[in-house]
Design a protein. Structure first.
Length: 169
């Protein structure tokens, strides 16, 4: 029988990105604005697969990106492993996510490469804010889709997701 995975805010995960390297990420919130999904922050530094930094060292690193995902699925798929928990999760009020109504397409239609119909939100906002064009601090927003675990690993490896999502310029 499959092992039951329990996750909670503060959990830190080791994520192998090759046979010789790994990165880390941390579960920092559950976002009621986006289906109560897990919000993670991925850290920039790459470590040797055999290296075991302290949890404090891990979270002192620069943030690579923020994303919504289901951390339990990634653990069940053995894409990452929970290695500990630390209460410090950073300032989650500063994180901005974005979405667009111009995502996807009907058969026969062209993909919209650049959207001008954006909305933004912060974790657990009561509502999203329609902004149309992304300007100012909203240009730093992260894609707010709930991303599958394979795409989290892909972004940690390459810096990009493997799926298409419209740009804003």
């Amino acid at each position: 029988m499959a092992k039951r995975v329990i996750t909670k805010i503060g959990d830190i995960f080791a994520v192998p990105i090759s046979t010789t390297e790994k990165r880390y990420m941390q579960l920092i919130a559950f976002d009621l604005t986006q289906l109560n999904s897990d919000v993670v922050r991925a850290f920039k530094k790459k470590y040797s697969i055999n290296e075991n930094p302290t949890l404090e060292e891990v979270i002192d690193d620069e943030i690579l990106f923020y994303a919504h995902c289901v951390t339990k699925f990634g653990a069940k798929l053995e894409l990452w492993e929970k290695i500990g928990n630390i209460e410090e999760v950073g300032n989650i009020k500063e994180i901005i996510f974005r979405g667009t109504s111009q995502f996807g397409r009907k058969e026969g239609e062209e993909r919209i490469l650049v959207s001008n119909k954006w909305y933004v939100w912060r974790i657990n906002d009561d509502e999203v804010t329609r902004v149309n064009k992304l300007e100012g601090e909203n240009r730093k927003s992260e894609i707010g889709l709930i991303v599958n675990p394979y795409d989290i690993v892909e972004r940690m490896k390459t810096g990009n997701y493997s799926f298409f999502y419209p740009g804003f310029e």
